[in-house]
Write a protein that binds this ligand. Structure first.
Ligand code: PEP
Ligand code: MN
Length: 346
C-alpha cells in the first residue's frame, strides 16, 4: 500500500503518519517527489485497518493498494526514477551508457587493449569476467583474483570504471574491492544469499535476468538487494530460454518496456548473450534501445576466434566501433544521447 500525502502536507504531518504506520508494525519508506511525498508501507499482513486509520489523518490525501509483490523496486512506491552512479558514469539519465569488453579477462594485454579500443569507440564502462559461470566444470573458469587485478590495471590505464561478475557470497568483498559495479549473473539471479550480500555491501549492482525468470521474479530479486538498503541497482535483460535455437536466447524486448513502466530502476540490455552470434548483436542492440533501455552491455574481443569464452558472439574492435557509430543517431531519434567519437578518430 502507498499513502499519498496532500501537496501541502507539513513535515510534522508526514512524521506523524509515518509513526502511525510503524505503530501498526509495518515498515515505512518515504519518497519525496517534487510535487508530493509518498509513504510506502512494507509488510506482509493485511493493511485494511491501517488504511482506515491513516485516511482520517491530517495531510493524507488517499491510500492506494499495491497489487505487485515488489515494493521498493516499484515505480508506484518510488515515483522518482533512480540514477545509478558507477564511478564517474551515471546510468538512468538521458544519456545512454554502453558497457563493453570481453566475456572473460584472459591477460593484462588483452584487457588493456580491449579497454582502449572500446573507450575510443565510445563505451563508458569496461566489462570483463574474472569468475565465469560455465556450464561445464572443465571449461575455462576465469582468472579469478588475477583477473580482478588485470581489470584494475585496465581501469588505471584508461579511467574506465569496471563491472565484473561475483558468483559467491564469500567473494563479494574481494570482487567489490577491485570493481566499480558487481554483476549478478543470470544463473545466480535467485541466489538469495548472494543478493542479500551485495545489498549489504552497497556498491552498484548489475542484476541480470535469469534464463527462465518471469519479470516479477526478476523484480523480486532486485527487491532483495533494495531491502538491504542498496538502491544502486541496474536491471539487465539478457535473453530468456524459449523453443528457438537459431539464437542462443530470445531477447525479451517487451520486458524492457514493461520493466521501465513498473520500476524506477534503470534497465540495460545485453544483446550479446541473447544473440549468441555476433551478426545479430547490432539489430538486438537497436531494438533494445528503441524499447527504452538505458544502455547496453556488449561483448568485445580483440580476436574473437581465439577467445576463451563466448567468442562466437563477441564483436571485434572494428565491428564494435561501427555499431557505436550507428547507435548515435538512433539515440538522438529516441530523445536520448550517446556521445561517440567521430569515425576518423576510431
Ligand atoms: C556474462 O556476462 O559473461 C554472463 C555469463 O552472462 P549471463 O549471466 O547473462 O549468462
Ligand atoms: Mn559471456
Amino acid at each position: 500500500m502507498i499513502i499519498v500525502l496532500e501537496p501541502q502536507a507539513t513535515e510534522e504531518q508526514i512524521k506523524r503518519v509515518a509513526e502511525r504506520v510503524r505503530e501498526f508494525g509495518f515498515e515505512v519508506h518515504i519518497s519525496r517527489g517534487v510535487e508530493r511525498t509518498i509513504l510506502g508501507v512494507i509488510g506482509d499482513r493485511d493493511k485494511d485497518q491501517l488504511a482506515q486509520a491513516v485516511e482520517a489523518m491530517a495531510g493524507v490525501e488517499k491510500t492506494v493498494p499495491i497489487l505487485h509483490p515488489f515494493k521498493l523496486a516499484s515505480l508506484e512506491f518510488h515515483p522518482e526514477r533512480t540514477a545509478v552512479r558507477v564511478g564517474p558514469v551515471v546510468i538512468g539519465l538521458e544519456n545512454l551508457v554502453v558497457m563493453a569488453g570481453p566475456c572473460a579477462v584472459e591477460s593484462e594485454e588483452q584487457i588493456i587493449l580491449t579497454a582502449r579500443a572500446v573507450q575510443a569507440a565510445g563505451a563508458q564502462i569496461l566489462r570483463g569476467g574474472a569468475y565465469k559461470p560455465r556450464t561445464s566444470p572443465y571449461a575455462f573458469q576465469g582468472l579469478q583474483k588475477e583477473g580482478l587485478k588485470m581489470l584494475a590495471a585496465a581501469r588505471a590505464a584508461t579511467g574506465l570504471p569496471v563491472v565484473s561478475e561475483v558468483m559467491n557470497p564469500r567473494d563479494v568483498e574481494l570482487v567489490g574491492e577491485y570493481v566499480d559495479m558487481l554483476q549478478i549473473g543470470a544463473r545466480n539471479m535467485q541466489n538469495f544469499s548472494l543478493l542479500r550480500e551485495v545489498g549489504r555491501f552497497g556498491k552498484p549492482v548489475l542484476l541480470k535476468r535469469g534464463l527462465a525468470a518471469t519479470i516479477e521474479e526478476w523484480l523480486m530479486a532486485a527487491e532483495y538487494i533494495l531491502s538491504e538498503g542498496n538502491y544502486q541497482v541496474v536491471l539487465c535483460e539478457r535473453g530468456i530460454r524459449t523453443f528457438e535455437t537459431m539464437t542462443r536466447n530470445t531477447l525479451d524486448v517487451g520486458a524492457i518496456a514493461v520493466v521501465k513502466a513498473l520500476s524506477h530502476l534503470p534497465v540495460v540490455a545485453d544483446p550479446s548473450h541473447a544473440a549468441g552470434k555476433w551478426r545479430w548483436v547490432g539489430a538486438l542492440a537497436k531494438a533494445a534501445l528503441a524499447a527504452g533501455a538505458d544502455g547496453l552491455l556488449i561483448e568485445v574481443h580483440p580476436d574473437p576466434e581465439r577467445a576463451l569464452s563466448d567468442g562466437p558472439q563477441s564483436l571485434n574492435f572494428a565491428n564494435f566501433a561501427s555499431l557505436m557509430q550507428s547507435l548515435a543517431p538512433l539515440a538522438g531519434a529516441l530523445g536520448r544521447r550517446l556521445e561517440v567519437p567521430s569515425a576518423q578518430a576510431v
